[in-house]
Design a protein. Structure first.
Length: 480
């Protein structure tokens, strides 16, 4: 995510071939403003970023200053920029997105990969409400976590093959809270930090916000992890922290093989890098053949330091903003010391609900397996019918999304065209750095009816976008 002052050359690279974006022949200033809005909505540019001066951007894009001035005015009028005295034009984000301009009556939001609440939730909520009275004389939040939930999480790890005590668990405000706390605790400004590419965008954001300089190695739906590149990158850069999603990786849905896990652990142990294993989607198995359990079960063979994070949001319900960190006592002590500056603790009631649900994880997993299998089939059928040139991953064995390959590097163009017709997508480059993945779109495995409707609309739009395929493939997916 770009912060601070945005150079004209950087914005030009992010914009790509914006004049071929499938926006239906808009005037240049409107098309430019729309593309900058997409960069903001996707999170590739943050709020409070100073845009290049009109003169600098006109020279970079070979446009008149009148066009740039009109584009910036359009951004200000739509709430995506403001004029700051003495500082030019600065980006902003409206509190709510404007409605789609399409003649569709309902917006289809495909930006979030999340499932509806598990059917187990009502009973768990009722039990938690009964238990809440015992906590009325407390502040209502817990810095470390209520004992019942920490015990349930520890029991779950133990059942999965990793013996765990409740003292090794710290409850957080979702998995994002866990990533942020670990980043703030173990990353010093200027440190190199490792992450897969592509990866979970908000993990990139948390690492960068802590001051980390991100280095990456590739993961693909076809081949998984390039472990030679991974080991070489970690060995060469000596990162203070490494972030990976070893099971049902977001967005590729791949899982590390046993050899991959050994290579990763060996690489981080050699340079004493702290490894964060994000297992938020780790139990969303549809039909994977191999199961290896938590990474830390292998860590002793290499001497690696491994921290696990998990969440109730993906398996149980996104409305439960409950996550956790499993780590040694000394690591949790350092995290707990940093936490009050960012987050005073997690609500007791949500923790009580999560405690009941974590103890019924096995039932929830079976429920999700059936839902995800149906949704995977619906997406595959819809793509085959309406967009046969778009490639569904062959090995989609679990997780919440499909990393679909497009015939041309036009992910941002598709995203813009779709928004005009009521479909909100996240462009492929949001999942990488430096503008990569224009050949990819992430499709969350939402309801079959929604997927079928969305893909049918995209099928109608695709010929128009395909006709404007960029001639310069400067932001295509990197080869691996």
């Amino acid at each position: 995510m770009i912060r601070g002052r945005l150079a004209a050359s950087t914005l030009g690279d992010l914009l790509g071939d914006w004049r071929r974006d499938g926006t239906g022949g808009l005037p240049a200033y409107e098309a430019l403003a729309e593309r900058i809005r997409l960069l903001l909505i996707d999170g590739r540019i943050s709020a409070d970023v100073r845009l290049p001066s009109e003169r600098e951007l006109s020279e970079r894009l070979d446009l008149s200053r009148t066009t740039i001035t009109a584009a910036y005015r359009q951004l200000r009028d739509s709430g995506y920029a403001r004029a700051v005295q003495g500082s030019g034009t600065t980006t902003t984000l409206p509190l709510a997105r404007p409605p789609a301009t399409a003649p569709r009556s309902q917006v289809i939001d495909l930006t979030m990969a999340a499932l509806p609440a598990t059917s187990l939730l009502p009973a768990a909520a009722a039990l938690a409400t009964e238990e809440l009275a015992a906590h009325y004389d407390t502040p209502g939040y817990q810095l470390i976590g209520v004992p019942a939930l920490r015990e349930a999480i520890a029991e779950r790890y133990t059942a999965r093959g990793l013996p765990t005590d409740p003292e090794q668990i710290l409850v957080t405000s979702g998995a994002q809270g866990a990533i942020t706390l670990l980043s703030r605790t173990f990353v010093t400004r200027g440190d190199r930090v490792f992450a897969d590419s592509p990866s979970y965008p908000h993990a990139y954001d948390a690492l960068a916000s802590a001051g980390g300089r991100i280095v990456t190695s590739p993961v693909t739906p076809e081949d998984g992890w390039d472990t030679a590149s991974l080991a070489a990158t970690i060995g060469r850069t000596n990162p203070s922290l490494a972030y990976v999603m070893p099971d049902f990786h977001n967005p590729t849905a791949r899982s590390m093989t046993l050899d991959d896990r050994h290579e990763l652990l060996h690489a981080v142990a050699k340079v004493d890098t702290l490894l964060i294993a994000d297992e938020t989607t780790g139990e969303l198995d549809i039909d994977r053949r191999e199961h290896y359990g938590p990474l830390a079960t292998l860590a002793g063979e290499h001497g690696a330091r491994v921290v696990h994070i998990g969440s109730a949001s993906k398996l149980l319900w996104g409305g439960l903003r409950i996550g956790w960190i499993r780590a040694s006592a000394d690591i949790l002590g350092r995290v707990a010391a940093v936490r009050p500056a960012h987050d005073l603790g997690s609500p007791v009631w949500e923790q009580l609900v999560a405690a009941h649900l974590v103890r019924r994880s096995g039932e929830a997993i079976e429920e999700r397996r059936s839902q995800l299998r149906e949704r995977r089939g619906a997406l595959a059928d819809a793509l085959a019918r309406h967009l046969p040139d778009w490639e569904m991953p062959e090995r989609l064995e679990g997780g919440l999304a499909a990393w679909v390959r497009l015939p041309a590097p036009v992910s941002s163009q598709v995203t813009l065209a779709a928004r005009a017709h009521g479909i909100h997508l996240t462009a492929g480059p949001r999942f990488g750095i430096d503008g990569a993945y224009e050949r990819r779109l992430r499709f969350p495995l939402t309801s079959p009816a929604t997927l079928t409707q969305a893909v049918a609309i995209l099928g109608e739009l695709w010929p128009t976008v395909a006709d404007t395929t960029p001639l310069r493939l400067t932001t295509s997916e990197p080869s691996v």
